[in-house]
Design a protein around this ligand. Sequence first.
Ligand code: FPP
Length: 249
Amino acid sequence: MKIHAEDIKNSENKPVHIAIIMDGNGRWAKQRGLPRMMGHNEGVKTVKEIVTASGEAGIKYLTIYAFSKENWNRPKDEVNAIMSLLLKTTEKEISELHRNNIRVKVIGDKNDLPKGAWDVLEKGIKLTKNNTHMTLIIALSYGSRDEILRAVRSLAQDIKRGELNPDDINETLFESRLDTHNIPDPDLIIRTSGEYRISNYLLWQSAYAEYYFAPELWPDFHRQEYYRIIMEYAKRERRFGKTSEQVTA
Ligand code: FPP
């Protein structure tokens, strides 16, 4: 049965924040005897479809893993081509995102990015910063361990300056130093391509996330499969360490 955006919008248990690992572009291209970059180009179409589908279904936060800290170790040609695809897509799509009242944020180590790249992204971030329909978070040069270390360093600096007592470090303060501050934790994390890994993605934030591993390669992943996963999520019981009886009481 076809699931409509409205079905999810009206669902009480829909996730507030969905985070996606868009995996399988390379294999999609390889299966067709095409260069890997063709897989990434095709992957952009899926990004557009899923962003639109999320907005229409009333999802408030969507995070997509566009490029990991570890992806810098790929062959230089592929790194450069992904970066330029990303910037070209951002430049091309930003006004449409803005028209749809979508706020764009970027998480990750921006110091790794070529300066021109950050300028393009920053322009989009500034343009859309007051939008309220949905927040699209692009994880770029992102690695969770790196993010956590940057947060630890920032707290250590405060201690060194005598502005912070180590005993006052709690979850709220720690979270305020993460790239994701002011973004609620992901409720649902989806990875495509049939791989069962977290790949250094939102490790702190995913403490109570529900996972779903979809068999489709990212370019083959479409709205219906996405909506089916969200509907399945809505049926799961999230206990946050409590018993089933406590949750249902
Ligand atoms: C994973 O497939 C995909 C990536 C590392 C890059 C994803 C980037 C895009 C879709 C580009 C555009 C992004 C935006 C936000 C516009 P893989 O190469 O690891 O696939 P494989 O595991 O089959 O080799």
